[in-house]
Design a protein. Structure first.
Length: 597
């Protein structure tokens, strides 16, 4: 049953998705904290908390929290708080003391939070919105009672952990993806199809762009860092969930050789974080789906897993939760129009494409949402969960922009709507750079490379007929981009380096990333929107170098990309639209502005 409750103020929890912990024994220890009869609970009360937590850091308060019957502990007492610097951290949370860290007897607040999220995602603990507290579930009690002496997991614990994984929709999603014709998928290939695509909380690094970047990197150490550290949020989720499934014997990790062809060149690299489903994984997946004699396993869903980032994530969560509620209550299924009408009754006015994307997102997190004759049906059984509805729900301007663009896209995959979020998130500059290059190369027919790093532009692209090339510079700023003089000077330097192509000036020779003998060039800034005197600075670069340039808002770029992909405009049309010629009589007094489609 899906129930709705009113909340006074939303607490910004991110339940449902986990990035860091993978130790199954430690997960069992965290669950045992909530069982008053477990050895771990007694150990915490009698030894660990008195030993690790000072009185000034809340020792008495934490011991009092452990003594409640039945055990029900508030989030702050479980997770504790952070210290700056982290090297000076002290233990001030119950779950910090429950798990041994690397090189010390406790973990920090962030891993404690992740272990709690993991226990919650697997259905071992229950969250209470009223007082921000947790208690153990029947499934959690069964897990703690199964423990035997010794450090290794016993057979019954592994069985219960496997059942919990099969009730966790994203784990089933990954098993489904790997089960298709014996697929061998990297974390990036899984991440691209995991979650609600087209938004900042579920991003995936573009693998083809990464492969080309790796091919242009000579240092083995730097290559390894790029393979392991460069990823989007969905890629991180994919890696972590796959590691759980690997430890449970449902998946195996095996390196995959990936080959990409672009601009007449072939690039091949090996990605170590790649996965295959095992025979046991196929059997357990069939069990989760209710095939053969098995009953379909009820899925654990929580409100917070339906959106993780954005100023209006409560709005997005509520919209998707209501869609799930409507589907769960319908035996014959509902049309898009029917779902839109039901949302409108809740005060949520949405267009058809937004509803379709949300339904695709529900499938993307692992729920069985099917479509037959225009009616959408949910064949999964959903375990009880709560929709904590705040007093007011409001859609952000970015979501509104995405809805408008979404309705106009005819050919471009909606995953690129995430570029609107990324364009305003300065913490994800690299991902924004790579996704922009991916948009040009994978969707619009250009060849090109992501460059980045010091003394290089973010990327370069070349038209398919080699009639022109573009130096691309992307800028992610929360309040728009004003093109400061220092960055205008940087672009002018790149333009001049490309004109002279002298390795004595810049030994890294980034201009070799252009394909062939491109006869003419331009430069392009891409951002969410532009502010201030950016036009005058672009005009100055044009006057100084004689090379055309422009600034393009992300919303316009998406519409141009859709027109390119659908064939409504050509790459030569794109050049003329973005870099229109200037009348000689006027000189270059005005900055070229992209024409409207």
């Amino acid at each position: 049953m899906i129930s709705v409750i009113a909340t006074q103020a939303a607490r910004f929890r991110t339940f449902g998705w986990v990035q860091d912990p993978s130790n199954l024994r430690s997960l069992c220890d965290v669950v045992a904290v909530f069982d008053e009869n477990s050895e771990k609970h007694r150990e915490l009360a009698l030894s660990s908390i008195p030993k690790l937590v000072s009185e000034e850091d809340g020792r008495s308060r934490l011991l009092e929290a452990l003594s409640t019957r039945p055990v029900r502990i508030r989030y702050p007492d479980l997770v504790g708080t952070a210290f700056t610097p982290r090297s000076a951290s002290r233990c001030n949370g119950i779950l910090q003391a429950a798990v041994r860290g690397q090189g010390r007897d406790f973990i920090g607040d962030w891993p404690a939070d992740n272990f709690l999220r993991w226990a919650h995602a697997f259905g071992f603990v229950r969250y209470h919105y009223g007082d921000d507290s947790f208690e153990i579930t029947p499934a959690g009690l069964e897990l703690t009672k199964a423990r035997q002496d010794g450090g290794a997991l016993c057979g019954r614990e592994r069985e219960l952990l496997t059942e919990a994984a099969l009730a966790y929709p994203p784990a089933v999603r990954i098993l489904n993806l790997l089960a298709r014709d014996g697929a061998h998928l990297t974390k990036f290939e899984i991440g691209q199809k995991l979650g609600f695509v087209g938004e900042n909380g579920f991003t995936s690094l573009p693998q083809p762009v990464l492969i080309r970047s790796l091919a242009g990197t000579e240092s083995p150490k730097e290559k390894n860092r790029m393979k392991t550290d460069w990823d989007g949020s969905s890629d991180k989720y994919a890696r972590m969930i796959a590691s759980w499934l690997t430890k449970l014997g449902l998946v195996e990790q095996a390196p995959k050789q990936v080959t990409v062809t672009a601009g007449g060149r072939t690039y091949t690299e090996t990605i170590g974080q790649a996965y295959l489903i095992t025979a046991r994984g196929i059997t357990m997946r069939n069990r989760a789906l209710g095939k053969s004699r098995h009953r379909r396993i009820a899925k654990n869903v929580c409100f917070e897993m339906l959106a993780t980032k954005g100023a209006d994530r409560e709005y997005l969560r509520a919209r998707r939760a209501f869609l799930l509620k409507f589907l769960s209550e319908s035996r014959s299924g509902l049309t898009i129009r029917g779902l839109m009408e039901k949302l409108a009754e809740k005060g949520l006015s949405e267009n058809a494409e937004t509803v379709r994307d949300d339904l695709a997102g529900l499938r993307g997190i692992g729920l069985a949402v099917g479509e037959k004759n225009g009616r959408y049906l949910l064949t999964d059984k959903i375990a009880d969960f709560v929709i904590p509805l705040p007093a007011s729900l409001q859609k952000s301007s970015l979501s509104g922009m995405k809805d408008q663009i979404r309705a106009r896209l005819t050919a471009l995959p909606h995953e690129y709507l995430s570029l609107i979020d990324l364009a305003y998130d300065s913490e994800q500059n690299r991902l924004f750079e790579m996704k922009i290059i991916e948009l040009f190369t994978e969707e619009c027919g250009f060849s090109g490379r992501h460059l980045g790093g010091s003394n290089k532009p973010d990327g370069v692209i070349s038209a398919a007929d080699l009639s022109y090339g573009i130096i691309v510079d992307t800028k992610a700023y929360s309040k728009g981009y004003g093109l400061p003089i220092s960055q205008a000077d940087e672009m002018e330097r790149y333009v001049r380096e490309n004109l002279t192509r002298d390795s004595r000036i810049n030994p890294n020779e980034w201009w070799l990333a252009f394909d062939g003998a491109v006869p003419r060039f331009a430069f392009l800034f891409v951002s969410g929107h532009f502010t201030g005197t950016y036009g005058q600075r672009i005009e100055r670069i044009i006057r100084s170098t004689g090379v055309p340039g422009a600034a393009l808002e992300i919303s316009k770029l998406l519409l141009y990309a859709d027109a390119l992909k659908s064939g409504r405009i050509s790459q030569r049309d794109f050049y003329r639209l973005v870099f229109p010629p200037q009348p000689e009589s006027e000189g270059l007094r005005r900055c070229p502005k992209p024409r409207k489609l």
